[in-house]
Design a protein around this ligand. Structure first.
Ligand SMILES: Cc1cc2nc3c(=O)[nH]c(=O)nc-3n(C[C@H](O)[C@H](O)[C@H](O)COP(=O)(O)OP(=O)(O)OC[C@H]3O[C@@H](n4cnc5c(N)ncnc54)[C@H](O)[C@@H]3O)c2cc1C
Length: 552
C-alpha cells in the first residue's frame, strides 16, 4: 500500500519531534518514524537554551519544561577541583532553576531538563496534535527522490516493508544519518576530538559524603590535567560521570570506570552504575543541508563537543527555520527558491557553534598543557598556587558559561531572503549579547505589560510592526495578499520596543527573525514580499539546492 503525506520526518530525537510539532502547530501534517521504541537509556543533552525556551513558549510548552522533574532547587554552580574530598580550585556560582531569573534580553530563561525528561514533553505535544503521526519501531531503509516528491521505504519491527509517498523528506536521524549518507553528503571538520566514556551512576547520599558544596558540573583536574567531569543529571540521585579522554581510542571496563568514579570522590563510597556509553566527540558540519525534496537537520548536519550545550539547541533552530519554510511551500505562498535559504541561513550558524564548542573544550582541558604540581601540595605555597591557577581558570571558563551571543545572537548575515538595511554588523564580543532589530537578527524582546513579550506577537505569520500609525503600509499589505502570504500589521505604542526596533516599520518572519525594516515603504512593496518569501532572491543565492532527481 502507498500512503501520501506532505512531510516524512526520519528520527524522533528532539529535532525530529520539534519539526513535527512545529509543522503540526502550523497545520501541516507529517509522519515521523523512529527506529527505536523511544526509550532513552542514557540522556545526552540536559540544557535547554534560552532560544529553545523561546520556541517552547511559542508552542505552549514553557511551563511543561520549567516544571519538568529535574530538582528545581539544585544549585547550578560549575566547579573545578582535585576531587570531591580534595582541593577546590574555583567555581562559577549559578542559582538553582527555581531561583534563576530570565536575562533582560528574553522573556524566558534557560532550563535544566535532560533528554529523558525533554523528549517525552515533545512527544506528548506531538501526539496531542492530529496533524502529526508518530510511529516507533519503524525505520527508513531507502528512498527515491523525484521532481515532485519522494517515495520512501519504511520497515517495521516485524521486517515488513511499506512504501510512503511524501512531498518532502527530512532526515532528523542523528550523527549517522541514513538520509545524509544516502544523498552522498560528507561531514567536514575534525572527526575525532576525544574518545569519551559516559557513565550514569546512582548515589542517593552523594552530598553527604564530602565537603564540596552543591553544584551542577564538576571538572576534575589531576596532575595530568583535566581528566573527568560529573554532572547532576537529575538533581536528585543520578549523576553523569564522563572520562573526557583524548584522541586515542580507549575502551574502559565497568571496573575501571568504577575505580575512576572513586578517584573523583577521593574515597570509596556506595554507588550503582546504571549505564555506560562510549562516544566520540567531533567537530563536523555537513557539506550540504540537502535540496530539492530532501533536507537534513540537527545532529545529521552538525556534531560538536557538548561543551557549551549547543548541539540540540542549534538543531532546534534548524527545525524552526525548516518548519515555516516547508509550510510556505506546501501552502503555496513560498517562492521556488525559499528552501535554498535553509542551508544559506543555518550552515554558517552551525560552523560558528561547532568552533565555539571546540574552543570551550580546549579551554576546559588546557590544564593538561601546563599545571604547576604545587596546586596539589598542602600548605601556604600550595594555597598561593591554587589561588593563582583557580582564578585564571575561573576567568577563562566564563566563555563556556555566558553564551547568550551563541544562543540568542546568531544572525542570518548573508541570507538571500533578508533585505539588508545598509547598517554594519554590530560588534560581537564574547559573552555579551546586545539585542538588535537589524535585518537578519532575532527580533528583540521587550515586555509589553500583562506578562506579554514582543516575541509573543510572532510565530504563525509575517508581522509588520508599526511604531507610527501614520506610516502608510497598505501597499505592503496588498503585496502580501497578492501572494497569499500570511501577514498581520501590529501597531505598537511602546517606548522600550521603539528604541530596540529603531525603525518605524519592522517586518518579522514567522520564525521571529527580522526580514526588513525602514521608516517608510519603498516604491516597490512587491519586491520586499518576493524577497522574503524566496521568490526573488538577492544575487548571492547559491544554486546548490536546485531540484534534482536522486535515487538511493
Ligand atoms: C554527553 C552529551 C551531552 C549533551 N548535552 C547537550 C546539552 O546540554 N544541550 C544541547 O543542546 N545539546 C547537548 N548535546 C547534544 C544533543 O544531545 C544532540 O545534539 C541532540 O540529541 C541531537 O538531536 P537529533 O534529534 O538531531 O538527533 P538524535 O538525538 O541522535 O536522534 C536521531 C534519531 O533518529 C533515529 N534514527 C536514525 N536513523 C533512523 C532511520 N533510518 N529510521 C528511523 N529512525 C532513525 C535514531 O534512533 C534517533 O532516535 C549533548 C550530547 C552529548 C553526547
Amino acid at each position: 500500500m502507498t500512503n501520501h503525506i506532505p512531510v516524512l520526518i526520519v528520527g524522533a530525537g528532539p529535532i525530529g519531534l520539534a519539526l513535527a510539532g512545529d509543522l503540526a502547530w502550523r497545520g501541516i501534517p507529517s509522519l515521523i518514524v523512529e527506529r527505536t521504541d523511544g526509550t532513552i537509556t542514557q540522556p545526552k543533552m540536559d540544557l535547554i537554551g534560552p532560544r529553545t525556551m523561546e520556541f517552547c513558549r511559542r508552542w505552549g510548552l514553557e511551563a511543561a519544561v520549567r516544571n519538568c522533574p529535574y530538582n528545581p532547587d539544585q544549585p547550578q554552580d560549575n566547579v573545578w577541583l582535585e576531587s570531591l574530598t580534595g582541593y577546590e580550585f574555583g567555581r562559577e556560582p549559578f542559582p538553582s532553576p527555581r531561583e534563576e531569573a530570565p536575562p533582560p534580553q528574553s522573556p524566558v530563561k534557560r532550563e535544566r531538563c535532560p533528554q529523558d525528561m525533554f523528549d517525552p514533553i515533545l512527544r506528548q505535544w506531538v501526539e496531542s496534535m492530529p496533524q502529526a503521526t508518530l510511529r516507533y519501531r519503524t525505520e527508513l531503509v531507502g528512498f527515491d527522490q523525484r521532481r515532485d516528491g519522494v517515495v520512501a521505504t519504511l520497515r517495521n519491527a516485524a521486517g515488513e516493508d511499506e512504501s510512503v509517498e511524501a512531498e518532502f523528506l527530512v532526515g532528523a536521524d542523528g550523527g549517522t544519518s541514513t538520509v545524509r549518507q544516502a544523498l552522498g553528503i560528507e561531514m567536514k571538520g575534525q572527526p575525532t576530538l576525544t574518545y569519551t566514556t559516559n557513565a550514569i551512576f546512582r548515589c542517593p547520599n552523594f552530598w553527604g559524603l564530602h565537603h564540596t558544596r552543591k553544584g551542577y558540573r564538576f571538572i576534575f583536574i589531576g596532575p595530568e590535567g583535566t581528566w573527568s567531569t560529573i554532572v547532576a543529571i537529575d538533581g536528585y540521585d543520578r549523576y553523569r560521570f564522563s572520562v573526557v579522554g583524548d584522541a586515542n581510542r580507549r575502551t574502559l571496563s565497568e571496573s575501571e570506570i568504577r575505580a575512576l568514579i572513586v578517584r573523583a570522590m577521593g574515597k570509596e563510597f556506595p554507588f550503582e552504575i546504571l549505564s555506560i556509553v562510549p562516544w566520540v566527540r567531533r567537530e563536523l558540519v555537513a557539506e550540504s543541508y540537502g535540496g530539492g525534496r530532501v533536507f537534513i537537520t540537527g545532529d545529521a548536519v552538525h556534531l560538536n563537543s557538548p561543551t557549551g550545550a549547543f548541539g540540540m539547541n542549534t538543531g532546534m533552530q534548524d527545525a524552526v527555520d525548516l518548519g515555516w519554510k516547508l509550510t510556505a511551500i506546501l501552502e503555496g505562498w513560498g517562492g521556488s527558491d525559499l528552501m535554498a535559504s535553509y542551508e544559506a541561513e543555518r550552515r554558517p550558524v552551525a560552523l560558528r557553534n561547532i568552533r565555539e564548542a571546540t574552543a570551550n573544550l580546549q579551554r576546559m582541558i588546557s590544564p593538561r598543557e601546563k599545571l604547576s604540581p604545587l596546586v596539589f601540595q598542602p600548605g601556604p605555597e600550595g594555597d598561593v598556587a591554587r589561588k593563582t591557577f583557580g582564578d585564571a581558570y575561573t576567568q577563562m571558563m566564563k566563555h563556556e558559561w555566558f553564551t547568550l551571543p551563541i544562543h540568542l545572537g546568531y544572525r542570518y548575515e548573508n541570507s538571500p531572503i533578508i533585505c539588508p538595511d545598509g547598517t554594519p554588523p554590530p560588534d560581537d564580543p564574547p559573552m555579551v549579547y546586545t539585542q538588535t532589530a537589524r535585518p537578519g537578527s532575532r527580533a528583540p524582546h521587550a515586555w509589553l505589560g500583562d506578562g506579554r513579550s514582543t516575541l509573543d506577537l510572532f510565530g504563525q505569520s509575517f508581522v509588520l510592526l508599526r511604531f507610527d500609525p501614520k506610516v502608510e503600509t497598505s501597499a505592503l499589505e496588498a503585496a502580501a495578499r497578492r501572494c497569499s502570504v500570511p501577514f498581520d500589521v501590529v501597531d505598537l505604542d511602546h517606548d522600550a520596543a521603539r528604541q530596540l526596533y529603531v525603525s518605524r516599520l519592522v517586518l518579522v518572519r514567522p520564525d521571529g527573525f527580522v526580514a526588513w525594516r525602514g521608516d517608510a515603504l519603498p516604491q516597490d512593496a512587491n519586491a520586499i514580499v518576493d524577497i522574503v518569501r524566496g521568490a526573488s532572491l538577492r544575487p548571492q543565492l547559491s544554486t546548490a539546492t536546485q531540484l534534482r532527481d536522486t535515487t538511493v
